[in-house]
Design a protein around this ligand. Structure first.
Ligand SMILES: [Zn+2]
Length: 103
């Protein structure tokens, strides 16, 4: 018998990177933060953004839209590692804690 993960101990949850969609906006586009002003100043960009032009397949959940709850720990640790490394290098990258950067 193949070993099964006990789903009660480690249930499926909606993927925090893509919110269950299986794809998300490329973090290189918006991880630093996009404001209403950015969209107001560039309506073409806003239209493209919301049309999904910048979307990419979610690698956190492999496009399934769900992950095991235990994986959120991995994601958090990876985000913390990235942040720590940036502080050590004396640089700051906006969005470094974005879980979409994990892979
Ligand atoms: Zn996902």
């Amino acid at each position: 018998m193949p070993q099964r993960i006990n789903t009660r101990d480690d249930p499926w949850i909606i993927c925090p990177a893509c919110h269950g969609d299986g794809e998300h906006v490329n973090p290189n586009i918006d991880a630093g933060g996009i404001s209403g002003d950015d969209f107001a100043q560039d309506p073409d960009f806003a239209e493209a953004y919301f049309s999904g032009v910048y979307n990419q397949a979610c690698r956190v959940c492999d496009q399934t839209g769900k992950i095991r709850q235990s994986k959120t720990v991995e994601l958090e640790e990876a985000a913390e590692d990235r942040e720590l490394a940036m502080h050590e290098d004396g640089i700051y990258e906006p969005g470094v804690r974005d879980v979409r950067f994990t892979y």
